[in-house]
Design a protein around this ligand. Sequence first.
Ligand SMILES: [Zn+2]
Length: 349
Amino acid sequence: METTSPWVIVGVDNGGTSNNATILDGSGRFLVDRLVETPSRVQEGPEVAIDAMAQALDNVLELTATPPKAVRGVGLDTPGPASADGVISSKGATNFAQPAWRGFDVRGALEARLGLPVVYNNDANAAALYAHHVRFGPKAAGHSSISAIVGTGLGGGVIEGGRIVRGAAGMAGELGHVQIPMHGLLAEGQPLPVCNCGFVGDAESVASLTGIEKNLLPYWLTRFENHELGRVGSLKQAAKLVRAYGEQDDPLALRIFEQQAMAIGRLFTIAANYSDPDTYFLGGGVVETTPKFRQWFLATVREPTALREEQARVATFALVPDLDMAGARGAAIAALEALQAPVRVRTSL
Ligand SMILES: [Zn+2]
C-alpha cells in the first residue's frame, strides 16, 4: 500500500447552488474521485453560506474518514468578480445577489470560521490551474497555459511557470473582457455585440451564454425566420437550448457556435503574441456535450487561431479535464502550493 501523507488540504468549489469538495493529500494525491456536493445556500446571504462551506468540509472529511486534525489548510474558489484575496466586488455579483455580500471578505470569513488558513482563487483560475497540472504533471512549473471557460460569461485563467497569474489588483486572466477584432467575424448587418461590462466587441460579448442571449441569437433569428427557437417564451430560455440544436447540426445553432469559436480563436491569437503559451485550454458548458460536437468546436477554435510556424510546432489545444471537479481540485492545488512552501524573503538593512 502507498504511504499516505499525514496531512491534507480540502478544496471547496463554491457555486450558485452547490459546494463541491475534494481532498488532496500532502503528496499531491486526490482522495476523492467524484463530485461531493452539498447545498451552497449563497442566496441566503454570507452567514448561512459560510456555515454551508464549513459543512461541505465536514462532509468530505467524514466521507473519506479523514480526521479533522489532518487538515492543514483549505483551498476555496467562488465565481467572481472578487479581489485576488476573496473580497466580493462592492458592486455585488451574479451569484452573490444579497446586499450583505457586497464587499464581503469570503476568504477571511471562512478562515475565521474554521480556524485554518484559507487560500482563495476565482473559479476560472482554479479550473485553469487544475487543467495545467493534469497536462504537465511534475513538469507543471516548466510550462505555461491559457484557459478559456465558456459558461454564462467567459472565464479565463493564465498559468505561467505553473502558477496562476493574478495581477496587481487580482484581475489578470479576465479573458472575457479582452477586446477582439470584429471584422470578418460578424455577418452582414449584424450589430456590434455589447458585453455586460460595458465593452463593445470583447470576447465574452460573443463567446458566452449571455452573448448568445443578448447578441447572437436576436440577430440570427432574423436570418432564420420561423426557426423553432423564435417561438420559445424568452431569449434567455432559447439561448440555453442552442447547444442542443448545435448537436443536431441545426444551421442557425452552427452559425452561432462558429462565431463563438472564431471569437475564442482571435482571443487565443492575442495570447499567442502576448505570452505564447504551451497549451490553449477550452472548457465550460460549451464543451460539456457529445464527443463529436466537442471535437468539432475545438477544431473550429483552432482554425482561426493565428500561430507562427514555430508556435504551431509546439502548441497544443485541449479540453479542460474533469470539468465539474476542476474548480475544487484546482483550489486545493493552489492551497497546497501556497501552504507547503512558504517562502518569506526578509531584507534587513
Ligand atoms: Zn466584457
